[in-house]
Write a protein that binds this ligand. Sequence first.
Ligand SMILES: *Cc1c(COP(=O)(O)O)cnc(C)c1O
Length: 393
Amino acid sequence: MSKSKQEETELIRKQMERTPYREHSAPLFLTSSFVFNSAEQMEALFNGQEEGDIYSRYANPNTSELINKVCHLEEAEAGFATASGMAAVWASMAALLSSGDHILANKAVFGSTYQLLDLVLPRFGIAASFADFSTRESIVEAIRPNTKMLLVESPSNPALQMIDLAMVGKVAREHGIIFNVDNCFCTPILQKPIPLGADIVTHSATKYMDGQGRTLGGLILGSEALIEKITFFCRHTGPAMSPFNAWLLSKSLETLPLRMERHCANALAVAEFLEGHPKIHSVLYPHLPSHPEYELAKRQMRYGGGIVSFEVEGGKAAAQAMLNHTKMCSLSSNLGDSRTILTHPATTTHSKLTPDERVDVGITDGLVRISVGLEHASDIIADLRQALQALSS
Ligand SMILES: *Cc1c(COP(=O)(O)O)cnc(C)c1O
């Protein structure tokens, strides 16, 4: 992968080849299939002697452009684009694991990923279990003879626990296990798991990559060898991303570095405001010195990310009242949007967990997750300040 230009430049200039129409901005190819110049070319494309698009379930110029950009960012050899983040997570497991295998995940994973591990994979004879990935010992202890994949998200959602990716990568290599990282929260602008030892990286492009809450999308990145297996699986099971979504996402990537910088600067300002507030019990933000894994977060993430979690004094009632008192911020379960979003994880995204499971992954009843948007930081803070003031003390 040539690294001749800076990321900002590559994301803007790494476009598909211009068509005879001399368009400046990459065009959208809304076509299900492609035609061939001859029967011989058709044969060559089908047997792989010639490269080119055949059918949009396999590949399309728009999805290929998007994959090329994200491969560049993640320092990956190859990738595949899917219709959603969950399609990417599922394909990364279904393509690489078989009946009799075991997958070991950190105990704090995205809600649907948890359901997949807990209820879907066992139906196909793939066992899944959860461990605390904060130390090497606790991972090694949970590895079984048939463990084929380790799965983590760092920082975790919504408790923002940091996992040392280089440490897990080393354990995976020593045991010959595939290391799969969901890098959705950070995007490759903040954190690149592959150079740290990950074999597979997945993304929900729905979040920061789109960045404006318009579309769903997913990506799977990795080595040529692993992506070949994933591509085979996806081509024949059909979770491909639509060309329209790929076109939209590829344009969004042009501003990703700029947006991530601002998301993170705003999030740090929000975290610092909340940390000093008398109605806030605690604040979690990876780049706040009070974060329990601050040193690791500083080493592993370029900026602290766009998500801040905090505990309001007064439990569930106070947390829900604070959400109700906001005037500008949105109440939604999504994240990574230009609009600031507040969520109460215990009653929404993580309501399927038992109370004990929630406590185990750091989700208390007073916990609020804020996905800090791109509005001016002073306006976001003003809305939070008045919402906290409105709480009866
Ligand atoms: C949202 C999300 C997903 C799922 O992505 P969709 O695009 O909604 O399918 C997976 N992992 C993480 C960490 C997410 O935040």
